[in-house]
Every structure is written in structure tokens, then in C-alpha cells.
Design a binder for this molecule. Structure first.
Ligand code: ZN
Length: 203
């Protein structure tokens, strides 16, 4: 499986990092070795001094798809979960400045926290999915799928023009405003609506 992630998919977050609001999705990838599941601890990596959290809705791909048409895009994901896209902001800033790829800032081991998945049928409106994350029991980010610049189906159509989607792939759909640094000792807890989705302690 592969992890495809979307940058700058919420206007307020693009603004907080002084990025322009994109006219097409900003896409990057993480390898399967980035996954961190089952509420496992995250160990602060020695190569960064400024790892940030980004909580994101994640959709699971359920069919192989290339050049998926908008009409059928809804058939290509079957479940929704919540994850954290851990980002080494210091490395990303250096690489952005030089116009270099972001992989070392985004694709490192355990940089993709992932919750269990909720079947799509349990949601009544894909354009109104509220989610949030607490850091040490205080809400630091809250978002709603309705505020995404590119919705789930638009992302599937766009990505599949370039990259074949396969069953089991995960798409991290971007983070809302409120990203910030993590520190050893922090505890993160993610929610879809009121439903607890994951815990992650920083060690
Ligand atoms: Zn992200």
C-alpha cells in the first residue's frame, strides 16, 4: 500500500504557513514504513528540532483506479479514519527555500499516525464531518470536511490521473488551521465528532 497526502487543503491553514491557496491539490507521498497504528508511541526523531502535528481525515481506497471519472469517484473509497501527518517543519522549511522535494520532512518512519477506520455507510454527509485533536487534553485543531478546498472525490479524480490507486491505499486529505510543535511528554488524542479515534504519546 501507499500513502498519498494532500498539502494546503484548507484555506486558513495555507494562510497560517504563508502559502498561496492552491488552484490544484498539492500532493506528496509517504511510504508504508511511515505508518504508526494501534495507539503506539511516537519517538521524537533526532534529525529534527521542530516536528509539528497536523491532524487529517484519511480515506481508504477500495478499488484499483486510474483516470477515475467524477461520476464514479465515490466508489473508490469505503472508509474514513483520522491520522496525524507529522512534519519536520525545520527540514521542510530548508527544502522549500531551496526548491527541493519534501520527503525527508514528511515521509520519515512513523510520521503517519493512523486510527482504525469507520465504514463510509456510518456517515450521513461527507461534506460535514467534524474532527478535532487534543494536545494534553486541550483542543488544538478542529476542522470539518466541508471546509476542504478539494473534497474526497475531487482528490480521487485528480490523484488517479497521475498515480494508480490501489485497494488499501490511504489518502491523508490535509490539515485545518492550528498546526504546532510537539514535545516529548505530549499526549495527542484525535476525534471524529465525539468519537475517540486515536491516542499518541510523544516519547
Ligand atoms: Zn498534512
Amino acid at each position: 500500500m501507499k500513502i498519498i497526502a494532500v498539502g494546503r487543503n484548507y484555506i486558513d491553514h495555507a494562510k497560517e504557513l504563508n502559502n498561496p491557496v492552491p488552484s490544484t491539490p498539492v500532493i506528496f507521498m509517504k511510504p508504508d514504513t511511515a505508518l504508526l497504528k494501534d495507539n503506539k508511541d511516537f519517538y521524537y526523531p533526532e534529525f529534527s528540532k521542530d516536528v509539528h502535528y497536523e491532524v487529517e481525515l484519511v480515506i481508504r481506497v477500495c478499488n484499483e483506479g486510474k483516470h477515475v471519472s467524477p461520476k464514479f469517484a465515490h466508489k473508490y473509497y469505503d472508509a474514513i479514519g483520522l491520522g496525524i501527518d507529522f512534519t519536520a517543519r525545520d527540514i521542510q522549511a530548508q527544502h522549500k527555500e531551496k526548491g527541493l522535494p519534501w520527503e525527508l520532512a514528511k515521509a520519515f518512519d512513523h510520521s503517519a499516525v493512523m486510527s482504525p477506520l469507520i465504514p463510509k455507510e456510518e456517515f450521513s454527509d461527507f461534506k460535514n464531518i467534524a474532527f478535532s485533536m487534543q494536545k494534553n487534553a486541550e483542543v488544538v485543531q478542529s476542522g470539518n470536511s466541508g471546509d476542504m478546498i478539494f473534497d474526497f472525490e475531487t482528490l480521487i479524480v485528480f490523484i488517479s490521473k497521475y498515480i494508480t490507486l490501489r485497494k488499501g491505499d490511504l489518502i491523508y486529505t490535509g490539515t485545518p488551521v492550528g498546526v504546532g510543535p510537539i514535545a516529548i511528554g505530549d499526549k495527542f488524542e484525535g476525534f471524529i465528532g465525539e468519537r475517540p479515534m486515536f491516542n499518541c504519546a510523544i516519547k
